[in-house]
Design a binder for this molecule. Structure first.
Ligand SMILES: N[C@@H](Cc1c[nH]cn1)C(=O)NCC(=O)O
Length: 452
């Protein structure tokens, strides 16, 4: 038998090719996730959505992952059944959900297409269009979050000990490019209303092309597994057991990272969905100016996250990077709440924090959890994070309504922004606890990720 000396993941060119393939899957995921934020007003006009309907549509993404624990279950399925089967299933759900959403927004459906009658037969306060789109968003969220877990496990498989933090940084960068493209392309395609459906279909078809890209990746994954099986005796996949869950959940630094994950992302993602309105109301910006300053965030982080990942691979200091990032988030929100400093400056700092924490947080997991349980660990992180992504935008809306009785045209955002600052402060506390715990028990979180 021919002995395989170099496996596919020993070739840097193959590793980067894999990163581009799975990065594309992530880009289309983020594109679809964010494509609707610039279409909000058009959805309100075209389908008579209220602001609450829109909020419901956005938060439906998180329902399967938070309340049905789908990301945890998906992560456990991933550890049990492997990357190819699990990845295909969840990327398929993501594409199915995207197509269902586009169908719900289509003229064909509105004219009484299949399913319209059924959707019109219950909950008459919600339109059949909204109900079909909610169902689509539900399946999209169910598939999208676990597919991010699958991509994370793919990166650990190909890059562990070989620029893993850089690979994670680039992974986040691909996601941010998807967000940036959505913010730029979606409103242009929609053309102010007449092509709204085309903009939604374009987003759905992009997600479908992500499924094709994943199928190409499956061929490479199968080849790598065959090569590894020739050189290393393969162990049978470990069965999922609740004992493993207990082991992961009793790991203190893991818990601190999960808690930082939910507080940090809750202080950033939901803020971003209110940011254009906040800039317009506090600084008198036009829609175009608000959009421009907001889109600095995804484009800046697309470059900075890989750069910080590159540094962390070589020099470590992940816990310190998380502390610094959390401190910056706190400072940025306090600046927004209490000063009139040009928003361009705090947004640039927010971009630095939004690059530092993800670049350090996601790859740190390999120091705490064994590879065969990494899917479960990321699944837990995403499920808990989704609780924040579901609840905090709703809480922000409630605070905004309560502090602005009578729904004035220009809202005072001070209390809402202070709520985000509070999340930043709690995140800072968890990042300090993480560093303290690492110092006490030497988990190696501060050490470089590249093997010497
Ligand atoms: N769980 C995702 C949420 C998301 C945002 N856009 C599409 N999905 C997430 O937070 N990923 C980590 C990140 O840093 O983007």
């Amino acid at each position: 038998m021919e002995k395989v000396r170099r496996a596919l993941n020993d070739s840097p060119a193959m590793r980067w090719a894999v990163l581009v393939l799975v990065g594309f899957v992530l880009s289309v995921n983020y594109y679809f996730y964010d494509a609707f934020s610039t279409l909000k007003d058009l959805l309100l006009k075209e389908f008579n959505f209220t602001n609450t309907d829109y909020g419901l549509f956005v938060s439906f993404y998180s329902i399967p992952n938070t309340f049905l624990l789908m990301a945890v279950i998906g992560g456990a399925i991933l550890d049990r059944f492997g990357i190819r089967r699990t990845g295909f299933m969840f990327v398929f759900f993501m594409a199915f959900g995207a197509l269902l959403t586009a169908y719900g927004a289509s003229d064909y459906y509105s004219a009484g297409g299949p399913g319209y009658g059924l959707m019109a037969s219950f909950l008459p306060n919600y339109s059949p269009e909204l109900k079909m789109m909610l169902l689509g968003r539900f399946f999209f969220g169910l598939g999208a979050e676990t597919s991010i877990v699958v991509v994370s496990k793919i990166l650990v498989k190909w890059f562990k000990g070989k620029n893993l933090a850089l690979a994670f940084g680039l992974k986040v960068g691909f996601g941010r490019l998807g967000t940036f493209a959505a913010l730029q392309v979606s409103p242009v395609v929609a053309g102010g209303g007449p092509n709204l459906t085309t903009a939604v279909w374009l987003a759905a078809i992009l997600v479908l092309s992500g499924l094709l890209a994943f199928m190409v990746y499956m061929l490479l994954d199968a080849k790598l597994d065959k090569q590894v099986a020739l050189t290393t005796p393969t162990a049978a996949p470990e069965k999922f057991s609740f004992k493993d869950l207990g082991v992961i959940l009793s790991n203190r630094p893991f818990i601190y990272i999960v808690l930082l994950c939910v507080t940090f992302y809750s202080a950033v993602f939901p803020f971003v969905s209110y940011a254009p309105d906040f800039f317009a109301d506090k600084f008198g910006f036009t829609d175009v100016q608000s959009g421009r300053v907001t889109s600095l965030l995804p484009i800046g982080t697309a470059f900075f996250t890989p750069l910080f990942g590159f540094i962390i691979d070589r020099y470590g200091k992940s816990a310190t990077a998380m502390i610094l990032g959390s401190l910056i988030v706190l400072g940025v929100h306090l600046t927004f709440a209490y000063t009139m400093v040009s928003p361009y400056i705090p947004v640039i700092f927010l971009g630095i924090a939004f690059s530092l924490v993800p670049a350090a947080m996601w790859p740190s997991m390999v120091k705490l959890v064994k590879d065969s349980r990494i899917g479960t660990a990321y699944g837990i992180m995403y499920s808990v994070q989704n609780l924040g992504l579901w609840g905090i935008p709703l809480l922000a809306g409630i605070i905004l309504d309560k502090t602005n009785p009578g729904n004035p045209l220009v809202a005072d955002y001070t209390m809402t922004i202070l709520m985000f600052a509070g999340l930043g402060l709690v995140g800072l506390l968890f990042s300090l606890l993480l560093k303290f715990e690492d110092k006490k028990k030497a988990f190696g979180i501060e050490l470089p990720l590249n093997k010497k």
